[in-house]
Structure formats: C-alpha cells, structure tokens
Unconditional design. Structure first.
Ligand SMILES: NC(=O)c1ccc[n+]([C@@H]2O[C@H](COP(=O)([O-])OP(=O)(O)OC[C@H]3O[C@@H](n4cnc5c(N)ncnc54)[C@H](O)[C@@H]3O)[C@@H](O)[C@H]2O)c1
Length: 326
C-alpha cells in the first residue's frame, strides 16, 4: 500500500516515515525543507522512500498523489509564537497548505484516508481540564486558529467526498531531532550563554508532554482504527499528566551540566505567560483514544522531558566538550 507523508523531513514526520517504511509500506515524502525540515532526519531510510522536495503552498508535483491510499498531513509551521507576529505565514503554511493537500488528494489521488496533525492549541484557554474533544474550540493564537480551520476543511472534504478522516490533536510532542519548543529553546540559550538562562513566562505554565515513540504508536493505531471502521474521528493525543515550566527548567539545567542564573520574563498582561497566545495550562483528556482505540502512553510528561533533554544536549552540542554536530 502506498502512503504519503507531508512534512516527512520534520521532527514527527521523520519518525512516522521510518516506522511506515519498517512496516513495509511504499512511502512517498513531500517536504520543502523549510521551518525545521532536514533531510538528515531521514538518512536511515532515504533510499527506501520516494522523497519529493516541493512547496505545498504552490504544489508542482500532483503526480505524487497518484495511487496513494493514505495521506498523513504533517507539513506546517509549528511555531505558535511566530503566528502572533506573522499571522500570514501561518495562514499560508497551515491553512493554504492543508487546502492544497486536500485538493490534490481528491483530484489526483483518489485518496481513501487523510490523517491530519492538529494541535491542543485549538482549545485555547480551556475551561475544562483535562480537556475532552467536545470542548468548544476557542484558540488564542493564529496557529491554533489555522489548525482549527484545517480540521474543519478535512472534515468537510471527508463528508463531501467520502474520505476517511482522522484529526489528531497533539499535546506537546518531544524527543530526539526536535528543533522547536521549550526544551530546545532553553538548551540553545544555554549553549550561547551557560551563565544566564532567560525563561519566557513566570514558570508556572503547566502543560502535557508526550514522547515521540508514544506519539507514533497513537497516530498509527488511530489510523488503523479509522481504516477498519471508516468515517471521521477526532482524538486528543497526549499524556495523563502535565509538568510546569519551572520543573522543565530544572531538568534541562541538570541535563546541560551548567549552573546558570535563571531570569523569568513574563510577557502577557496577567504576568504569567511567555508570549501573547501562550496557553498557560494544557492537559488533554485522552480517555477517548484509550477507550476506542486501545492506545495508552508508556511514559509520563516528566520522563519524556528527561529523555528529550538528554538527547538534545548531545545532538545540538550544548557543551563544547561532548557535542556532536547539530
Ligand atoms: N511538535 C509538537 O509538539 C506538535 C504539537 C501539536 C501539533 N504539531 C503538528 O504536527 C506536525 C509536525 O510537527 P513537527 O513538530 O514535526 O514540526 P517540524 O517543523 O519539525 O515539521 C514540519 C515539516 O513540514 C515541512 N513544511 C513546512 N511547510 C511546508 C510546505 N509549504 N511545503 C512542504 N513542506 C513543508 C517542514 O519543512 C518540516 O519538515 C505539524 O503540523 C505541527 O503543527 C506538532
């Protein structure tokens, strides 16, 4: 069976691509190697996938969708903060790209299933925590709004053209090869200046983190469930627990081996958040995917952060004495 991964040279996409190759699928990857995309992530499988460098904002290779059974649509700009200052980038990379992927799936491919990488940010500052899938969608960032728009578009294409659709609202996903988000940002700051660490927000923000291997198993199990049963599904993919930024800072500092002064820098009117659009408390209810699909996470938010910090210290060469190339 042929499957297509958009954003397959990204963090999550590269792990998904590797797993799909291992499972014996014929995998096509489309990525424009922008916003964090890096072909090195696919080095172990590059001779076993069909890699197409293309910008899905203006796709030039519709033939890539021919014969594809499932599209895993991960291509996006994942930087929530960028969406606050550069909303247009997020409209183009997240809304327009999703529309183009759906159109290509319909017109050229006869695609049967679309799996869409959405985000916990669609809920905004949720009133119910843990937040279930039927909670109102009230994003507070343009990134979250763009993801929500993509969800509506995927669902509409599914109803209109008889495609199966799986919307996955990921919590914060962490692991090796990550090049954005709080763990990466803190380590990059320490690499530049081991004496002082600026932390965005007052450190009380509390969010849920999921390790990449758990994320891939959830993604594949939800996909298999949708293929077997047909229809449109929305699942939160996260963890049972959450962790505060203060605790993440301690873990990251320990992993780095440095002893910096910590400088908290709140930047929202309530004096807590790190940037406008920052959701301060995020914990998704994962009851639905556990109940329907039978998936459950294998490690906690804390364990996921600890493993990630250890890997990234080496990968990005935080310490001169033990760095590997970035
Ligand atoms: N990492 C997380 O914590 C997280 C959480 C929630 C949702 N998500 C979503 O999951 C998906 C993957 O995230 P990630 O962390 O792997 O991000 P990433 O930046 O590592 O990967 C995104 C990939 O998409 C590619 N891309 C971007 N614009 C493109 C375009 N116009 N044409 C072709 N390729 C393009 C990039 O080059 C990159 O390889 C994204 O949709 C993101 O919004 C991620």
């Amino acid at each position: 069976m042929r499957v297509l991964v958009t954003g397959g040279a990204g963090f999550i996409g590269s792990f998904l691509t590797e797993r799909l190759v291992e499972m014996g699928f014929d995998v096509v990857v489309i990525d424009n190697l922008s916003s964090g995309g890096d072909l090195n992530r696919l080095k172990d499988v590059i001779d076993r996938v069909r890699f197409i460098k293309d910008d899905l904002k203006s796709p030039s290779n519709p033939g890539a969708f021919q014969g594809v059974d499932t599209v895993f649509h991960l291509a996006a700009n994942p930087e929530v903060r960028v969406s606050v200052t550069e909303p247009r980038i997020h409209f183009d990379e997240n809304v327009l790209v999703t529309f183009n992927v759906l159109e290509l799936s319909r017109k050229y491919g006869g695609v049967k299933t679309v799996v869409y990488a959405s985000s916990s940010t669609v809920y905004g500052d949720a009133k119910t925590i843990p937040t279930p899938e039927d909670h109102p969608i009230q994003p507070i960032s343009v990134y979250g709004a763009a993801k929500a728009a993509g969800e509506v578009m995927c669902g509409t294409y599914a109803r209109l053209y008889g495609i199966n659709c799986v919307i996955l609202r990921y919590a914060n996903i962490v692991g090796p090869r990550l090049r954005h988000g709080v763990v990466y940002d803190l380590l990059m700051k320490l690499k530049k200046n081991p004496e002082e660490l600026e932390v965005l927000g007052d450190g009380t923000q509390e969010k849920s983190y999921l390790y990449i291997t758990d994320t891939i198993s959830a993604t594949l199990m939800a996909w298999e469930y949708a293929v077997k049963n047909g229809g449109i599904y929305t699942y939160n993919i996260g963890n049972w627990d959450s962790i505060s930024v203060r605790d993440i800072v301690s873990i990251v500092i320990r992993a780095s081996g440095f002893n910096p002064r910590i400088n908290y820098k709140p930047a929202t009117p309530d004096g807590r958040g790190g940037w406008p659009g920052d959701v301060k408390r995020m914990l998704l209810s994962i009851d639905k995917i556990v109940r329907e699909v039978g998936w459950r996470p294998s490690m906690s938010s804390r364990e996921a952060i600890e493993l990630t910090a250890k890997s990234l210290v080496k990968e990005i060469g935080v310490r001169d004495d033990e760095g590997i190339s970035p």
